[in-house]
Design a protein around this ligand. Structure first.
Ligand code: ZN
Length: 187
């Protein structure tokens, strides 16, 4: 099981390095890591477990955040509908992702973009495409394509940045953290 302490903090230089392409077949260790990452995110979004194991809720993790500089990430998106008795989730794994198309429209996360590697309050906004289509590979090396909008679109872009050694805090304008706020739609 991945513990909160296993996740690299923003001061760790590995987070600023560009990760290497995943080569298939993936090793057993890397597949297990990806599965453990998804489990960590799922538990973090269930209050009982986030309290029990002291997990900060998160929806995305890239391998580099666990110190593995390979181009893959996981996202666990909550899909619970009103009236559901139990929480439900959709898991994404994607290796060697590329954004193949995106909307013109820009959005930003109104209450800040979170990151399990950034353990402090951050002021400012990050422009993101409202919709993206990404292509890449699943754990078995099959080609996959996903469309994300709104929060999921932000998550895809946030994780792809990790693979390129970029943290969301790096994208906030230092002089004016709310620059161009009125040119984008808050979500
Ligand atoms: Zn992050």
């Amino acid at each position: 099981m991945i513990k909160s302490n296993d996740i690299l903090d923003e001061l760790d230089n590995r987070l600023r390095q560009v990760s290497k392409e995943v080569v298939f077949p993936m090793s057993k260790e890397d597949k297990k890591l990806a599965t453990d990452m998804m489990e960590h995110l799922r538990l973090s979004q269930i209050e009982e477990f986030s309290l029990k194991y002291d997990l900060r809720p998160g929806m995305g993790l890239s391998a580099v955040q666990l110190g593995i500089l390979k181009r893959f990430f996981v996202i666990v998106e909550e899909t619970t509908k009103e009236g559901d008795k139990e929480q439900s989730f959709k898991n994404y794994f994607i290796a060697n992702p590329k954004i193949v198309s995106h909307s013109e429209e820009l959005i930003y996360a109104e209450f800040g973009e979170g990151c399990l590697s950034v353990n402090r309050e951050i002021e400012g906004i990050i422009p993101r495409y409202a919709r993206v289509t990404i292509e890449g590979y699943d754990m078995n090396g099959n080609k996959v394509s996903y469309r994300g909008r709104e929060e999921l679109s932000i998550a895809f872009q946030h994780e792809i940045d990790h693979l390129n050694g970029i943290l969301f805090v790096d994208k906030i304008d230092k002089e004016n953290p709310y620059k161009d706020e009125n040119k984008m739609r808050p979500i």
